[in-house]
Design a protein around this ligand. Structure first.
Ligand SMILES: [Zn+2]
Length: 299
């Protein structure tokens, strides 16, 4: 019988495509505030309501620090996959995917440009490229950025955003810690300032080397900064960790950082530190070089 048959067609569901274009609004993960994308960009990706700091890409970071255009270096350097490493998928395929999605060859951009008029050598790390991990390319590019600064008498700013050393390059990635630290020691001997900026997250071998070696170490608010993860530490020391452990404010309270600075004030704070570091007043005679350095330079 036709009694139970639906004679009328059901109302068609509304057009599946949302009338609001994708990516026009962003929800703050901290306070659930809905922010218009352009407003977020204007406030350097800091929530206008609760000051939550969204993660910046390396290019956005450079844009937020430099006065205008900058000169990029070593753009073409890329990893050769020295260990032919494979975990859940081959490392070279991971590299290809990251290169395609980020448009970068590895997890750092190095550049020179002006920060409030002060010519500076800056390295900014890119988290979206294999967790901002430090392999041979990151190590080489940052080392070259420091050496360039020494040759041209420029200060150095490194913005860290990294999960640590890149395990797919094994011991070669760990060697970068010593290499960059060595270059920073030469920068120090050349009496040029280095400002380290630690952003969310800065962990592992990056924290254990150059990120903590700044003449001034500045962190963004509530950034995760540490060496090992909290779970590993809890299991090792068999104690519950305190509230806010491994966050910028906690580290500042415990003397690990010099300042926690809101991103919207970061550029001015950095330029003030750099101006302080390159006073034009006559400098005292440089301290005698350590014995080891003398023997090396004598050869
Ligand atoms: Zn918010």
């Amino acid at each position: 019988m036709a009694w139970f048959k639906k004679q009328r067609k059901p109302i068609e569901p509304p057009d599946k495509q949302s009338r609001v274009p994708e990516g026009l609004w962003v929800k703050c993960p901290s306070c659930s505030n809905i922010i218009y994308n352009k407003d977020l960009a204007a406030s350097l990706s800091v929530c206008t309501k609760c000051a939550h700091h969204f993660r910046l890409s390396a290019a956005e970071r450079l844009k937020s620090l430099f006065d205008g255009p900058w000169q990029e270096y070593d753009r073409g350097l890329t990893s050769t996959d020295p260990l032919k490493f494979t975990d859940t998928k081959p490392y070279h395929k991971r590299l290809d995917a990251s290169i395609a999605s980020s448009g970068l060859q590895d997890a750092v951009i190095t550049a020179t440009g002006a920060i409030n008029g002060i010519e500076t050598s800056v390295a900014a790390m890119e988290y979206s490229f294999i967790g901002g991990s430090m392999g041979v390319v990151v190590g080489e590019k940052i080392t070259r950025a420091i050496e360039r600064a020494i040759a041209r008498r420029l200060p150095v700013v490194i913005v860290s955003c990294s999960g640590g050393a890149r395990m797919m390059e094994g011991a070669l990635s760990l060697m970068q810690m010593a290499k960059i630290s060595g270059a920073l020691a030469r920068l120090d001997r050349a009496r040029l300032p280095y400002v380290s900026v630690l952003t969310d997250p800065t962990t592992g071998g990056v924290t254990a080397s150059f990120a903590m070696l700044g003449d001034i170490n500045i962190a963004e608010p509530k950034a995760l900064i540490g060496f090992a993860g909290p779970r590993v530490i809890e299991q090792t020391i068999r104690q519950t960790l305190p509230e806010g452990f491994q966050r910028s404010e906690f580290l500042l309270d415990h003397g690990m950082l010099d300042a926690v600075v809101d991103r919207r004030e970061l550029k001015d704070v950095i330029s003030r530190v750099l101006r302080f570091g390159r006073s034009d007043a006559p400098r005292p005679e440089p301290a005698p070089q350590p014995l080891l350095a003398e023997t090396i330079s004598d050869q």
